[in-house]
Design a protein around this ligand. Structure first.
Ligand code: AGP
Length: 606
């Protein structure tokens, strides 16, 4: 989704804005622009497409120099991607960049038109620029306050006023925004990686607060003008973790970071060999007493919830319902104060997941967030938070975040099963120990990537693909399928292996390769029978299973063998080849792996 940056300080502002925007590219965007205060004038440059296009345009315009400015990467919502619709929007007096959606923009536009304003873009953002201009009477705060009172929706805004040359203003409602502090310089940004190259110190701007970055010094006030003292936070991510570090793509780097991410996430939550999540405020007694568990999330995070469901239900015997966050409220879920609603989100900003969180709270349930980004909205709004310590995930296709989300679900499941008396202390220790063995087995899989490269070479020209599995393997195959389609653009579906014959098998021909995940040994024979059914219809079959299991050539065209651990934990290993197959297929198709078309990393609109 859109990315915002702003800078006030001694450095060349254009360079800082472009650098910082490049660190937000991962969020997904289709155009970019900056506005710089230069010799008491607001100069603006915008371009459709990648940042490189903007850089060319800036050069063609003779460069832009100054020490105060704002910048933006736009992910189109209102109006197509184009130079005109790109941000910043405004006029000679005021200029803004915006992330979010102004829901009442139509009515505001009509009113402004009646006052004589004309509009050149199709965006909701231009309405905010015109409102600020309308209310501006020499006092920026007054204009911001009056504008805020009129607009509805979610927004983070960076604002420049021509008459206040060394100052950037910012305001937010719902959409995230940080204010970072350097040595005599200050920044605004949608996300921490944008400023890591300059500083690690930052403040989280809250909804209804105004930030004023004057002469490189940030200060804060309420909309009523009351000064606010805010806590200065220090980012625990470093620059290297937000760089590719020699890998061709962030996605490949992040796949390789999974063993470390698991260790960092689980180690502090294992005490004397037993899982312990009490650090988040959920005591063993509380965990034991929840009646039902709901998991609500989107995309990959929702798939992590599906693995969590299988594992929790299997060993703790507690009912778990998994919902796609965007649908949660429409089915009027029956939640009671005795229930636990778990929200899973890498970014912690996903609008649908936030809306589900609010609904769960309204209904009195306890809410637990499994979130990667420290201080993000979901983390702050939930009753309890378990942070996944994956470090920044830059690639739009989520890999390491999924891995640590399921690692956290395993910890919850093991502790819950133990406190419910469903497994002994000895069994709980054994399972927890087995979880700590996962990283070394992932390293083994990562050393055999050529298997996955080969499979990718066999899939690259396919138009359709099926993933099948049963039980945990089915939950996992959904993630494999999503990964492939989002970055390779090959249409793929995941099917419960036993369900194929109830309709979908009619699609199976020699042109429909099938990837079967077969790691659950109690389901092995049944799933293999389903593989034989598609093989009999001439599908090319690829099987991900235990290394030691032999599969006949007349069943599998190719087998990817992975090490063996407890079947319950096999998804943590089996997902790695699925991630790599998606990655290499995307590379072979010449796609932009880290920034797939139409997608955004952090989806802050519903
Ligand atoms: C994953 O590869 C996707 N790009 C996407 O499904 C993502 O997992 C989803 O949008 C949820 O994001 P979140 O974890 O930040 O809430």
């Amino acid at each position: 989704m859109c990315g915002i940056v702003g800078y006030v300080g001694a450095r060349d502002c254009t360079e800082v804005l472009l650098n910082s925007l490049s660190k937000l590219e991962y969020r997904g965007y289709d155009s970019a622009g900056i506005a710089v205060l230069e010799n008491d004038e607001i100069r603006t440059c915008k371009a459709q497409g990648r940042l490189a296009n903007l850089e060319v345009k800036i050069k063609q315009a003779g460069g832009m120099s100054g020490h105060c400015g704002i910048g933006h990467t736009r992910w189109a919502t209102h109006g197509e991607p184009s130079d005109i619709n790109s941000h910043p929007h405004g006029n000679a007096i005021v200029s803004i960049v915006h992330n979010g959606i102004i829901e009442n923009y139509k009515i505001l536009k009509e009113r402004l038109e009646k006052k004589g304003y004309t509009f050149i873009s199709q965006t909701d953002t231009e309405i905010v620029a015109k409102l600020l201009d309308h209310y501006y009477n020499g006092d920026p705060i007054e204009a911001i306050r009056k504008t805020e009172a009129k607009i509805e929706g979610s927004y983070a805004l960076g604002i420049l006023f021509r008459d206040f040359p060394n100052t950037v203003y910012a305001m937010r409602n719902d959409s995230p925004l940080i204010v970072a502090k350097g040595d005599g310089e200050a920044f605004i940004a949608s996300d921490v990686p944008a400023v890591l190259q300059y500083t690690k110190e930052y403040y989280l701007l809250e909804s209804g607060e105004i930030a004023i970055l004057k002469d490189g010094v940030p200060s804060f006030m309420t909309l009523d003008g009351e000064p606010i003292e805010k806590e200065l936070l220090v980012a625990n991510w470093d620059m290297e973790s937000a760089e590719k570090g020699g890998y061709e793509h962030f996605m490949l780097k992040e796949i390789h970071e999974q063993p470390t991410a698991i260790k960092t996430t689980i180690t502090p939550r294992i005490i004397d060999g037993m899982p312990n999540i009490e650090e988040c405020g959920v005591t063993p007694e509380m965990l034991r007493d929840f009646s039902n568990i709901f998991v609500v999330a989107c995309g990959t995070a929702m798939h992590a919830g599906l693995v969590g469901k299988y594992v929790i239900e299997k060993i703790a015997r507690v009912s778990v319902t998994v919902d796609v966050a965007s649908e949660f409220r429409y089915r009027s879920p029956i939640i009671s104060p005795n229930d636990l609603v778990i929200l899973v989100s890498q970014s912690g900003e996903t609008a649908d997941t936030r809306a589900a969180l609010r609904l769960a709270k309204e209904q009195g349930a306890k809410t637990l967030a499994i979130v990667n980004v420290k201080g993000s909205s979901i983390a702050r709004e939930a009753d309890f938070v378990l942070y996944t310590h994956a470090g920044p995930e830059i690639s739009v296709a989520s890999t390491k975040a999924y891995m640590v989300q399921i690692a956290v679900f395993y910890l919850i499941a093991f502790e819950l099963a133990y406190v419910k008396g469903k497994i002994s202390e000895e069994e709980c220790c054994r399972l927890t120990k087995e979880l700590t063995n996962v990283p070394k087995f992932i390293d083994v899989i990562l050393s055999q990537k050529d298997n996955c490269q080969y499979v990718a070479s066999q899939l690259v020209n396919s138009e359709n693909l099926l993933y099948i599995g049963r039980g945990l393997d089915y939950a996992l195959s959904m993630e494999g399928s999503l990964k492939l389609k989002e970055i390779s653009y090959i249409h793929s579906e995941s099917y419960a292996a036993g369900e194929l014959k109830h309709g979908t098998i009619s699609l199976v021909t020699e042109h429909m390769p099938v990837i079967a995940v077969v790691t659950q040994r109690d389901l092995f024979d049944k799933t293999i029978s389903n593989v034989k059914e598609v093989k009999a219809r001439h599908a090319k079959t690829f099987i991900v299973t235990h290394q030691y299991i032999n599969i006949d050539n007349d069943v599998a065209d190719y087998k990817i063998g992975i090490p063996t651990i407890d079947d319950l934990l096999m998804p943590m290993l089996a997902v790695v080849p699925l991630q790599l197959i998606a990655y290499y297929t995307s590379v072979l198709r010449g796609n932009d792996v880290d920034k797939p078309r139409n997608l955004a990393k952090s989806v802050t609109v519903e």
